[in-house]
Ligand binder design. Structure first.
Ligand SMILES: [Zn+2]
Length: 250
């Protein structure tokens, strides 16, 4: 069983009940964190994911609401006595900046720091990032203000799929990434450059022929109309994502 937990659902300005959007994909033997908002340790604990299970970190893009928690996560894992390596996957653009950010903390001098392996994700559509233990994660470049990846998360045995647009304008790559998925989680920040409205998210869901749409990365102060807006153009179920919502892929 693959369990996907959204650890946050907000756009870049969080509130008391909505942390910045990030998620964890967990199984018995491994956990993959996707993005790293403010205090990932606390959120992972609350989601019941043991820190020692964390094997991989995928970073979608180098904006503060998606990567600002990286230094704290690495420091906390180190202080908790971690020894096993952590894999970090991102586009070259993101990896360079994450390394630069860690260099500012002089992390090379942290004594007995655990190994961190960086893996560069090519900016190809449907690039396989993780294929292990019945879990397949593919990424495609989407249309944000800086190089950014959307994700397709599949259970290889059943083919059950959750796709995640990440931060993007309406984009054909997301239609293909989410093709016939059970669930599309699409951002609904608003129709501004680099982002999408709920209506646009509904249109993408409709064209990708997904079963259900969840709206994420929205402004929690102005979310009351979003579901209705998406429903006007998408015939399936539409739900507003909330922090700690979970999805099981069999
Ligand atoms: Zn964002």
């Amino acid at each position: 069983m693959i369990k996907i937990t959204f650890l946050g659902s907000s756009y870049s300005v969080p509130d008391e009940n909505h942390e910045n959007t990030h998620l964890v994909i967990s199984q018995e033997s491994q956990a993959v964190l996707v993005d790293c908002a403010n205090a990932p340790l606390l959120r992972l604990r609350k989601a019941g994911v043991p820190m020692e299970n964390l094997t991989d970190l995928i970073l979608t893009h180098f904006h503060p609401d998606h990567v600002s928690g990286v230094p704290l996560l690495l420091m906390d894992l180190w202080l908790l006595g971690r020894r096993r390596p952590l894999n970090v996957y991102a586009l070259d653009y993101t990896l360079e900046r994450v390394k630069g950010m860690m260099d500012l903390y002089n992390w090379q001098r942290w004594p007995e720091f655990f190994p961190v392996s960086f893996h560069c994700i090519p900016d190809d559509e449907m690039a396989p990032v993780i294929e292990r233990n019945g879990l397949c994660i593919y990424t495609s470049p989407v249309k944000h203000l800086i190089p950014t990846l959307g994700l397709r998360i599949e259970a290889s045995r059943s083919g059950q799929t959750l796709a995640y647009s990440c931060d993007t304008e309406p984009c054909e790559a997301v239609v293909r990434l989410a093709d016939r998925a059970q669930i599309l989680v699409h951002e609904a920040t608003g129709a501004t450059p680099g982002h999408s409205s709920a209506t646009q998210a509904g249109d993408i869901a409709s064209r990708a022929c997904v079963e259900a749409l969840y709206l994420v990365h929205y402004n929690p102060q102005g979310a009351s109309q979003l579901v209705d807006e998406a429903k006007a153009v998408f015939p399936g179920n539409v739900t507003l994502m909330e922090d700690f919502m979970t999805f099981d892929l069999a």
